[in-house]
Design a protein around this ligand. Structure first.
Ligand code: HEC
Length: 107
C-alpha cells in the first residue's frame, strides 16, 4: 500500500490534476476491483452505458461528478433506460468520487 501511495505521489507531482483522479492504471484497477466492468465497457454499452458515452453525455456539466459519485454509491435508474444500477454502498465516498471523475474523463 505504501508503495502505491509513493507511486501516486510521484504521478501527481508530474501530472497536476492527477492528484484526485489517480493514474489511469490505478483507476482501471479500482473499477475492476469494484466490479464496474461486469456491467460497463469503456466504450460500449454492456448492461450499463459505456464510460465514454457517459463522459460525452455530461460534457461541460460541472455538477456531474458530484451527482454520479452519489449515484454510483446509491444506485439508480432512468438516465439510460429502465435497467437500474445497483448501489455500491461499500465503496468509500472518496473512491466513488474518484471513479465518477475518471468516468467523466473517459473517451
Ligand atoms: C449490475 C450492473 C452494474 C454494475 C456492477 C455497475 N453499474 Fe454503473 N450502471 C448500470 C446501469 C444499468 C446504468 C444505467 C442507469 C440509468 O439508466 O440511470 C449505470 C449507470 C452508470 C453511470 C451513469 C449514471 C447516470 O446517471 O448517467 C455511471 C457513472 C456508472 N454507472 C458507473 C459505475 C461504476 C463506477 C461502477 C463500479 C463501482 C458501476 N457503474 C457498476 C449498471 C451497473
Amino acid at each position: 500500500m505504501k508503495k502505491e501511495w509513493m507511486a501516486l505521489a510521484v504521478a501527481s507531482a508530474l501530472l497536476p490534476g492527477a492528484a484526485l483522479a489517480g493514474t489511469a492504471a490505478d483507476m482501471q484497477a479500482l473499477a475492476d476491483k469494484s466490479g464496474c466492468f461486469s456491467c460497463h465497457g469503456m466504450q460500449s454499452k454492456l448492461v450499463g452505458p459505456g464510460f465514454a458515452e457517459v463522459a460525452a453525455k455530461y460534457k461541460g456539466d460541472s455538477q456531474a461528478a458530484e451527482r454520479l459519485a452519489k449515484k454510483i454509491r446509491e444506485g439508480g435508474k432512468g438516465a439510460w433506460g429502465r435497467i437500474p444500477m445497483p448501489p455500491h454502498g461499500s465503496l468509500a465516498e472518496d473512491d466513488a468520487k474518484k471513479l465518477a471523475e475518471w468516468v467523466l474523463s473517459a473517451s
